[in-house]
Design a protein around this ligand. Structure first.
Ligand SMILES: Cc1cc2nc3c(=O)[nH]c(=O)nc-3n(C[C@H](O)[C@H](O)[C@H](O)COP(=O)(O)OP(=O)(O)OC[C@H]3O[C@@H](n4cnc5c(N)ncnc54)[C@H](O)[C@@H]3O)c2cc1C
Ligand code: FES
Length: 279
């Protein structure tokens, strides 16, 4: 059982949790994820670790309330317990001095990107960060990013804050030379940024979040095509070469269970929508 120490709203429907999970925290490195189960009959959901404290034995994760389980999780209170947390899973990020790194974080994945930005800055990189969201109200961590970045750009899909969309990156890539690009966010965003960096030959790392079940390489649900070869997101990733990923195939697979997901959320809401027992 894993005690919830913090449940904080960062933006509408985006929550940060800090949880006491010493055996997970002890081994965690940037880029890894957990799979949690709220209660006895709950489903397994993967979430990227957005912070950890080896001494306190805590981990942080930030999630979007998009469906049944994430909505249930959001309702849980500080002091309550999550039934199971498995992790850290996946391979840690490659963190070393690359030179000048462009970090692009979008939506809820701005949170784990903050961990990357900190680690890259501490290993001597010059970090330029982009934080993006659909609208300005969904932006967070802009000030925190400034502490660890040489420069922070803000972009929103509707232009309500900062640049409108990510097209400004094309100009930035002409003006400045980057040695590496790290992208975390919605698949369409990772695809767009990877297409922009490719002509410049900038090695680009994307974090893939295909639907997962066991997270340990056994079920095959998380398969993605990378450079024409089948890879498992959980054990071969979650980070991959953005210039080699079949993003369109991934988008199709992510939509496979949409009707079931919608129905499950609807039924749960009709039955009163509580956080109890993961039912
Ligand atoms: C390795 C990994 C790391 C992840 N890290 C985070 C994170 O840090 N924060 C976070 O908010 N989410 C993260 N996700 C996505 C998260 O696991 C899903 O949002 C969650 O499982 C949805 O569960 P649900 O029951 O609430 O919604 P569901 O009913 O399962 O789905 C609701 C909606 O969310 C979409 N969705 C479901 N699963 C995914 C997925 N894997 N990727 C994209 N969209 C999905 C569905 O298409 C649907 O539109 C990660 C996924 C993976 C595989
Ligand atoms: S989630 Fe089962 S193999 Fe990756």
């Amino acid at each position: 059982m894993y005690k919830i120490l913090t449940n904080k709203e960062l933006a509408p429907k985006i929550r940060l949790f800090e949880v006491y999970a010493p055996e997970v925290a002890e081994k965690t490195l940037p880029g890894q994820f957990i799979i949690l189960i709220i209660g006895e009959t709950g489903e397994r959901i993967p979430l990227t670790i957005a912070g950890y404290d080896h001494k306190k034995g805590t981990i942080k994760f930030v999630f979007n309330e998009v469906g049944k389980t994430t909505k249930q999780l959001g309702l849980m209170k500080e002091g309550e317990y999550i039934e199971t947390i498995t992790g850290p899973l996946g391979n840690p990020s490659e963190i070393k001095n690359f030179g000048k790194v462009l970090c692009v974080g979008g939506g809820v994945m701005i949170a784990p990107m903050f961990l990357q930005v900190q680690a890259l800055q501490k290993t001597g990189n010059k970090v330029t960060t982009v934080v993006g969201a659909r609208i300005k109200d969904l932006l967070f961590f802009e000030d925190e990013m400034k502490v660890y970045s040489d420069k922070v750009y803000v972009a929103t899909d509707d232009g309500s804050k900062g640049y409108k969309g990510l097209d400004f990156l094309k100009d930035l890539l002409f003006k400045e030379k980057f040695d590496r690009c790290v992208v975390m966010g919605p698949v369409v965003m990772m695809k767009a940024v990877s297409e922009m960096t490719k002509p410049f030959g900038i090695p680009t790392v994307v974090t893939l979040t295909p639907i997962m079940v066991d997270g340990m390489g056994m079920c095959g649900v998380c398969r993605v095509m990378v450079a024409g070869k089948m890879k498992f997101g959980c054990v071969d990733g979650p980070e991959f070469d953005g210039h080699a990923v079949d993003f369109d195939g991934l988008i199709k697979r992510q939509r496979l269970f949409l009707p079931e997901e919608r129905l499950s959320s609807l039924l749960w809401e009709k039955l009163g929508g509580c956080s109890c027992g993961g039912k």
